[in-house]
Design a protein around this ligand. Structure first.
Ligand SMILES: Nc1ncnc2c1ncn2[C@@H]1O[C@H](COP(=O)(O)OP(=O)(O)OP(=O)(O)O)[C@@H](O)[C@H]1O
Length: 575
């Protein structure tokens, strides 16, 4: 059911190419069966004609010989066209499916994707969708062509002899109903296992490769390698079972086909229609029966793949059907104003509150720091403000506007975030910077910002801004990556700037320089900074200390040093 739901809209759009593929598959089969039947008849008729001089002279060699040549050329040409059309249709279907899944994935927020690992998502986007190519290419096309050719064959042989037509077509139909269906049932669990093991293997190998450095450093490489090998062995076992089943189903089909030919031989030898003895017509009917194998063979294994297709279809559908819990409103702009967290209750898991009765007002245009112990919920404030999650209760207002009432675009353009983990894409320096701008920036602007964050030297090589920065920015150091994150923030001009430990990992001097840049950039904006360190606290308009899910103390640096012993201790440590 899921598979039909998934494919039906695509079938409507790609029906022409899909139908062309099916038509060409039909023509190929008809030409193949016609070629063998005509050849059989031609050889026998030639032999019979050669029995006497008179019949040999009267026999028309040219028309059947021309027919044989025509059918062989037609078969080759239509086979070529069929491969082109069916593969083109498959690629179009897969492309559409990928775009569809991608579109469904894009609006999902952190919360919606919380249960899915990145590698799992990648698997659904790649492997599961690839599995679905079986449906059209290996099931629908051979099945559709089979039904059409069977009807044509029944009409053609039935024209000479209805008994032979019934025997051949009835026998083939019965074989098709029983054999692939039985093998579908037999191979169902293995087909699903192949899809699942493949998924597991991909997920594990991606994690293995991603964490290779850690595994190596902690000496856990062998254990993970062993787990990976085990999964691979299980995957291969399921593949072997599937291959054996497919081989067996083909062998059974060949056997049944052989029996059918034998029966046809016995029946045809006693006469074909009103021709007794049957003469060359018997050879034609027998060769047609032999050629039927060409349309049966692709179906032998196709059904055993169906279970895998259904499983992959379910998983892909799972994503497409996922509705985001984070609903955006329709206000096209987030007006400027104070940020107000009003009576927030929030936790990632039920009964594990992170913020409780949390209220905080951040004045428009002010510079504010949020401090607190690890895990107290500082980053969660940003997660709520950027709508990765919704609060369980309470509201977040900017001015008078609830952030739930504005569109996602308006929210994103009103807020710039420098997050704890800066992600760099496997691309050029320019790609990684320009993504922060709403309108394409000039190279001069990008160079200026690089100079400001002290990374001008990165673009000094012959490639300039087109300098490749490696997979996930591997060619850059941790500090350089952070500074790219800061450069992105400087390139975006939005009224709210959220900094989540923006200078973590930088030396003191660079830290001060970066903060000065950010403060300068945010001089008419609202700036909220999460920090563990007390750098630049004297430059903050307000500092809020979080404890047990709410604001424990607020004030300026001087006030907190005077009133808050822990803050004073931290401040002294720093000095
Ligand atoms: N996506 C998530 N799913 C489940 N729990 C989470 C998630 N993100 C954070 N948490 C948990 O919520 C709590 C608050 O996390 P948060 O990241 O807001 O803390 P933090 O104060 O920013 O910590 P740090 O200073 O270490 O960055 C922590 O106990 C953390 O384990």
């Amino acid at each position: 059911m899921n598979l039909i739901k998934l494919f039906l809209p695509l079938l409507r759009r790609q029906w022409l190419m899909m139908f062309t593929g099916l038509l060409l598959a039909f023509i190929t089969l008809v030409a193949g069966i016609g070629l063998l039947s005509l050849s059989g008849w031609f050889l026998s008729a030639t032999a019979v004609a050669g029995l006497s001089l008179a019949t040999a002279q009267a026999f028309n060699f040219f028309t059947p010989a021309g027919g044989v040549r025509f059918l062989s050329i037609a078969r080759t040409a239509s086979r070529y066209g069929e491969r082109l059309a069916t593969h083109e249709a498959t690629f179009r279907l897969l492309t559409e499916l990928r775009v569809k899944v991608w579109r469904a994935l894009m609006p999902l927020a952190d919360k919606d994707l919380a249960g899915l690992r990145q590698s799992e998502l990648l698997n659904r986007l790649v492997a599961d969708i690839d599995t679905l190519d079986h449906l059209y290419l290996r099931l629908l096309v051979p099945m559709g062509a089979f039904v059409a050719v069977l009807l044509a064959l029944f009409a053609f042989i039935g024209w000479f002899d209805s008994r032979l037509a019934m025997l051949l077509c009835g026998g083939v139909l019965l074989a098709l109903c029983c054999i692939p269906l039985s093998f579908y049932l037999l191979g169902r669990s293995s087909a699903v296992a192949v899809v699942n093991e493949k998924r597991r293997y991909r997920v594990q190998s991606l994690e293995f490769l991603g964490g290779l450095a850690e595994l190596w450093l902690f000496g856990a490489l062998d254990k993970y390698r062993h787990d990976l090998d085990l999964t691979e062995q299980q995957w291969q076992r399921s593949q072997r079972t599937m291959a054996s089943l497919q081989g067996l189903s083909q062998a059974v089909l060949v056997l049944v086909h052989g029996v059918l030919i034998l029966l046809m031989l016995v029946m045809a030898s006693s006469g074909v229609g009103d021709r007794v003895p049957p003469g060359p017509l018997a050879a034609m009917v027998l060769f047609a029966s032999l050629a039927v194998m060409e349309m049966l063979m692709p179906l032998a294994g196709a059904f055993s793949q169906l279970a895998g297709c259904l499983a992959a279809g379910d998983r892909v559908n799972d994503i497409i059907d996922k509705k985001s819990d984070i609903a955006f409103g329709d206000k096209a702009q987030l007006p400027a104003g104070d940020i107000y967290f009003e009576d927030i209750e929030f936790g990632y898991q039920p009964r594990h509150p992170v913020l409780s009765q949390f209220s905080l007002r951040i004045r428009q245009g002010s510079r504010v720091a949020v401090l607190g112990k690890t895990g107290v919920g500082k980053s969660s404030l940003f997660t709520l403000l950027t709508r990765g999650y919704n609060p369980d209760s309470g509201r977040i207002l900017v001015g008078e506007t609830d952030i739930q009432d504005v569109t996602e675009k308006a929210l994103r353009s009103a807020i710039t975030v420098v997050s704890q983990r800066v992600h760099l894409f496997a691309g050029t320096l320019k790609d990684n910077l320009a993504m922060a701008c709403e309108t394409p920036p000039t190279d001069v602007a990008l160079m200026q910002v690089l100079e400001r964050v002290g990374l001008g030297y990165l673009a000094e090589g012959s490639d300039g801004l087109k300098q490749w920065i490696g997979e996930g920015g591997r060619l850059l150091s941790g500090g350089e990556t952070r500074r790219i994150g800061i450069a992105r923030a400087l390139l975006k001009d939005s009224p709210i700037l959220l900094l989540d430990e923006p200078t973590e990992g930088l030396d003191r001097r660079t830290e001060r320089q970066m903060l000065a840049l950010l403060f300068e950039h945010a001089k008419d904006k609202t700036l909220v900074m999460i920090s563990h360190r007390l750098t630049a606290m004297t430059e903050m308009d307000a500092i809020h200390i979080l404890e047990n899910g709410r604001v424990r103390a607020s004030g300026s640096h001087e006030a907190l040093v005077a009133q808050h012993p822990e803050y004073r201790a931290l401040s002294l440590c720093r000095e």
